[in-house]
Design a protein around this ligand. Structure first.
Ligand code: NDP
Ligand code: GDR
Length: 360
């Protein structure tokens, strides 16, 4: 029975990966940070009472900015595999919190790699680093593959660039089985609510039910290669099962604009959106002429990544990995899940209860 440690287990990918590894028979440990409200909602369905004998999902308090907690947990668990998913993962927020982003996203992975070394686990523990298509930033080649030069465009991407290279360096310097998954955007019904796809499906569902009247977005022309998180965590696992460690691009090879995502979600929810004009004044109107989608420059980024498109040929050839969920299915799953949540919230409100959740 293999033992895995997932940092960032309470996040989108952490939840899908924990589910996958438990299904494969792993003992799964996760690091969660202290928060003032319990935030294990995404993994509650996997919860195992720690009082039962030999639970297979065990959570530990820790933080990517706290070396001691990382060393202590890794020493205790002696994991076969570490999936380093924890990060301040919001690109726009990284412009507001650049130092914290560097601490958690750049130095965090260094701390984990150094813990493997300090504890003498170089030959035992395999390491996965959650690298990102944001590394390509101002793109130098289309589509982007493992050999495409990087050009980061945010404090987040710059921090992830350090993490990418420190992973390569510890592989070469100390012989650690360490690899980077260069994952393009991947989404799901449990995507954080302030990433654009989830923001769109959540808002349109609420607009449809009359619980909200507007959706403010930033750059509608940004293009992304969007896949499903469920498919992408499988690639993370596959990367740690090979004979030799390598870095892989994980992507669908198809891109859509933010505007196209809005249109696909509206179609799925049976809402007709009419687009008018060009540029920042552009608005979407519903059938009765009500403005629904508006551009708010507050959501523009100081430096933007306009377009990303991945080529996952190496993953297909060497890992046998291909994405399974087409774009329309991803949008459908997200829109229907958010419609169900909006219906629940509306029922709560009608009965005089405050729905759970917060606001951006
Ligand atoms: P999420 O934002 O959903 O999850 C991030 C996780 O990291 C959460 O569990 C969060 O905890 C935890 N975390 C954040 N800061 C710290 C810290 N200082 N110490 C400990 N834990 C921390 O991200 P995703 O699941 O979407 O992404 C997983 C990883 O993959 C991230 O590193 C992200 O940068 C990277 N990535 C994501 C892509 C995507 O499209 N989803 C694409 C490419 C890379 P909490 O729940 O308390 O906030
Ligand atoms: P991204 O995802 O920055 O690609 O990072 P996000 O969904 O935040 O933005 C995608 C694109 O949409 C544009 N956009 C908006 N974005 C947000 N969040 N809110 C808006 O209102 C809005 N309007 C337009 C953005 O400008 C951008 O061009 C995600 C994260 O998961 C990272 O951690 C990961 O590394 C990359 O994907 C790959």
């Amino acid at each position: 029975m293999k033992t895995a440690l997932i940092t960032g287990i309470t996040g989108q990918d952490g939840a899908y990966l924990a589910e996958l590894l438990l299904a494969k028979g792993y003992v799964v440990h996760g690091i969660k940070r202290r928060t003032s409200l319990i935030n294990t909602g995404r993994i509650d369905h996997l919860f195992q009472d720690p009082h039962t004998p030999d639970p297979r999902l065990i959570l530990h308090y820790g933080d990517m900015t706290d070396s001691l907690s990382l060393v202590r947990t890794i020493q205790k668990i002696q994991p076969d595999e570490i999936y380093n998913l924890a990060a301040q993962s919001h690109v726009a927020v990284s412009f507001e919190e650049p130092e914290y982003t560097a601490n958690s996203d750049a130095l965090g992975p260094l701390r984990v790699l150094e813990a493997i070394r300090i504890l003498g686990l170089e030959k035992k523990t395999r390491f996965y680093q959650a690298s990102t298509s944001e590394l390509y930033g101002l793109v130098q080649e289309v589509p982007q593959r493992e050999t495409t030069p990087f050009y980061p465009r945010s404090p987040y991407a710059a921090a992830k660039l350090y993490a990418y290279w420190i992973t390569v360096n510890y592989r070469e310097a100390y012989g650690i089985y360490a690899c980077n998954g260069i994952l393009f955007n991947h989404e799901s019904p449990i995507r954080g609510e302030t990433f654009v796809t989830r923001k769109i499906t959540r808002a349109l569902a609420r607009i449809k039910l009359g619980m909200q009247d507007k959706l403010y977005l930033g750059n509608l022309d940004a293009r992304r290669d969007w896949g499903h998180a469920r498919d992408y965590v499988e690639a993370q696992w596959l990367m740690l099962q090979q004979d030799k460690p390598q870095d892989f691009v994980i992507a669908t090879g198809i891109q859509y604009s933010v505007r196209q995502f809005v249109e696909a979600a509206a179609l799925e929810l049976g809402m007709k959106l009419r687009w008018e004009g060009e540029g920042v004044n552009e608005r979407g109107y519903d059938e009765s002429g009500r403005a629904v989608v508006l551009v708010d420059p507050r959501y523009f980024r100081p430096t933007e990544v306009e377009t990303l498109l991945g080529d996952a040929s190496r993953a297909r050839q060497e890992l046998g990995w291909t994405p399974r969920t087409p774009f329309a299915e991803l949008v459908r799953e997200m829109a229907q899940a958010d419609l169900a949540l909006a219906q629940r919230d509306r029922l709560c409100e009608a009965e005089g209860f405050q729905p759970v959740g917060g606001r951006e």
